[in-house]
Design a protein around this ligand. Structure first.
Ligand code: SAH
Length: 225
């Protein structure tokens, strides 16, 4: 899978996408993540990518020209399944959206800034708009990082244990069960006996019960769907 991320602040993304599981996925060639600086696509002498709002009002708006130029460049090189704009008024990002995106071949993610992008970018160039929550960030970089992380870890071969992503929270529309590691007894706080029993069938049943119990308690809304 290839993900092209377009931003005015590439440094903000290099860090989060250059560590741990995502970095390993990149190194193994399972995910190609390319971060582009939008300023490289402006013809403006000052490398500016924003301008005043038509009709007046506070805040700058990202202009359409450099965005159009980089999209044209990328689209001439390969076909993209989705051209995503990160936006607080977009479709809510969740595990089911991450699962769907992880089956695609090529994605573009455009990070907004300032007051956002010229509406014509959204009307004519973008195929999907995604929000990572009902709050406003200063830019789309953290949202692009969240989306990329959640999607890339689902790609086959990225997590060492193939089943690992499948037992995470939300995959079965329930939360994950509690997990424990050594020591079995810490200051009298004990690991449940069942996990030390070696009985895989019973451990599996216990985990399922715990996952349901936790979901009932913390996220009953998930069980309604
Ligand atoms: N004026 C806009 C917010 C602009 S915030 C509004 O009120 O809707 C600047 C940029 O940050 C946005 O263009 C978007 O790309 C990004 N952003 C902010 N909050 C976000 C969120 N919850 N999810 C995804 N992207 C977000």
């Amino acid at each position: 899978m290839r993900i092209d991320i377009i931003t005015v602040l590439p440094d903000l993304l290099e860090g989060p996408l250059n560590h741990s599981i995502i970095n390993r996925a990149r190194k193994k060639g399972l995910a190609e993540i390319v971060i582009h600086n939008l300023r490289d696509y402006t013809t403006d002498a000052y490398k500016s990518v924003d301008d005043y709002t038509y009709g007046g009002g506070a805040g700058m708006v990202m202009t359409i020209e450099p965005i159009f130029r980089i999209f044209e460049q990328l689209k001439s090189e390969r076909n993209y399944n989705e051209i995503i704009y990160t936006s607080p008024d977009g479709e809510s990002f969740n595990q089911s959206v991450a699962n769907k995106l992880s089956t695609l071949q090529n994605l573009i993610i455009l990070c907004g800034h300032y007051k956002g992008v010229d509406q014509r970018v959204r009307d004519f160039l973008i195929t999907r708009e995604i929000s990572i929550g009902d709050y406003v960030l200063s830019g789309g970089e953290l949202a692009a990082g969240v989306i990329t992380d959640a999607v890339v870890r689902l790609l086959p071969g990225v997590l060492s244990d193939e089943t690992s992503a499948l037992t995470d929270s939300f995959q079965d529309k329930i939360l994950a069960p509690p997990v424990y590691t050594r020591p079995a007894d810490f200051k009298g706080w004990k690991v449940p006996d069942i996990l030390l029993s070696g009985n895989t069938k019973e451990i599996e049943n216990w985990r399922h019960e715990q996952a349901l119990e936790r979901t009932r308690k913390l996220r009953p809304d998930l069980l309604k769907t």
